[in-house]
Design a protein around this ligand. Sequence first.
Ligand SMILES: [Zn+2]
Length: 256
Amino acid sequence: MICTTDAIVLKTMKYRESSMIATLLTRDYGKLSVIAKGIRNRPKGGGSVLEPMNYVRVVLYRKPGRELQLMTQCEQLRNFKGLSEDLKRMSVGMAAVELTNLAMGPDEPHREVFDLIVDTLKALNSATGDPENALYYVEIQMLGLLGFRPELRRCVMCEGPLPSSSGAERIQVSLGAHGAVCPSCEDRGHGEMSIPLPALNALAAFQDTPQAEASFRIVLSAGMRTIIESVLRRLVMHHLTGMRPLQSQQVFSVLT
Ligand SMILES: [Zn+2]
């Protein structure tokens, strides 16, 4: 069946003399691997249209269940030039597509995850604040969309209120139960990760933010960033199958 769909390129590799194999997150069919035969020989950039983070429209000759689908056409829908011009934005964008690639299974269409990644790359392309906010945003939103939304506004065990900032300095988070735990439930042995209350509130702010663009308005100290990164990493690694530490983050943290 010949079909046309929009996609974000997650990963690519050269294949033989002139072809490429790419992993795409498509709007209509979920994550797919495609082969683009002879694409590197084509004029006008050829294979450069198939680069990670590119937003493209593809024509596929699609057979359900086939491991590698045949891509016959590919055009760029939007050029995220701002991503390739800034190392930090690029690092966050690459981490976001790598996260998506690891979190999504093949052939499972998920329109909201597709919209999330497109929105995040668009916002990053013209980021006005610290680009890393977009990664915190995409991580916590992805957890929610895939069924692991952490409860951060009330106790995940008893649904009671959490202490206010004047009442406690740290709060327990339960990985298994997906959320924050009040002091009484903590006394009963729930929760396995203790975090400062302001970090919990910042995470809740990223969760409540409706669009990636708005995440740049959340102001964080360097210390708070370190805490939020490690909490999110633990939540993501705990819940999303196939997850491992993001390579692009490690590569770029050496470079930047
Ligand atoms: Zn409780």
